[in-house]
Ligand binder design. Structure first.
Ligand code: MN3
Length: 202
């Protein structure tokens, strides 16, 4: 099946009061994400990956330790990453469900400490990449960061929360202030019910 650009689960201006502008979502979803979809479809056409799911393609084309990944991997992983990212945010800040809160508190000491660790991972990722909250293979919650399009699927982890730290994700609204973008993401943009739903399926 060919990749398809999913609609945003909210209007382009729905997050504007929360620190992610209509302009950012127009560029980020309509142009950047669409380019990963279109370029991924071109790269995959006529290859053994034609007809596979995006998850199968990401896991099957990831090259551990490689300095550069292939075009198929880069576009497939970025398509998957962005599809998750849109769902992980939402208007009208949701409260953190209690099961999720207790798992986070167990793993990090407190919700505030988790946010500190997550923001530090994202700020410390050199160049383009992502910050993640994952369920690792041993069942523990961890914060990680990955470069470029690499994501938790590559390490058999379940992604609970991901934040895009490519400049295109924050430069319109926060200019070069990646830490401020990360803090705002955690405080105002995360749809914690979506995160809790991912945890319940992990
Ligand atoms: Mn992006």
């Amino acid at each position: 099946m060919a990749f398809e650009l999913p609609d945003l689960p909210y209007a382009h201006d729905a997050l504007a009061d929360l620190g992610m502008s209509k302009e950012t979502l127009e560029y980020h979803h309509d142009i950047h994400h669409k380019a990963y979809v279109d370029n991924g479809n071109k790269a995959i056409a006529g290859t053994e990956w034609d007809g596979k799911t995006v998850e199968e393609i990401v896991k099957g084309t990831y090259q551990p330790g490689a300095v550069a990944q292939t075009g198929i991997f880069n576009n497939a992983s970025q398509h998957w990453n962005h599809a998750q990212f849109w769902e992980m945010m939402g208007p009208g800040a949701s409260a953190m469900p209690s099961e999720l809160e207790s798992r986070i508190t167990d793993a990090f000491g407190s919700v505030e400490k988790f946010k500190e660790d997550f923001a530090a991972k994202g700020a410390g990722q050199f160049g383009s990449g992502w910050a993640w909250l994952v369920v690792d293979q041993d069942g523990t919650l961890k914060v990680t960061s990955t470069e470029n399009g690499v994501n938790p699927l590559c390490f058999d982890q379940t992604a609970l929360l991901g934040c895009d730290v490519w400049e295109h994700s924050y430069y319109i609204d926060f200019r070069n202030k990646r830490p401020a973008y990360l803090q705002n993401f955690l405080d105002n943009l995360v749809n914690w019910e979506n995160v809790a739903e991912r945890l319940s399926k992990a």
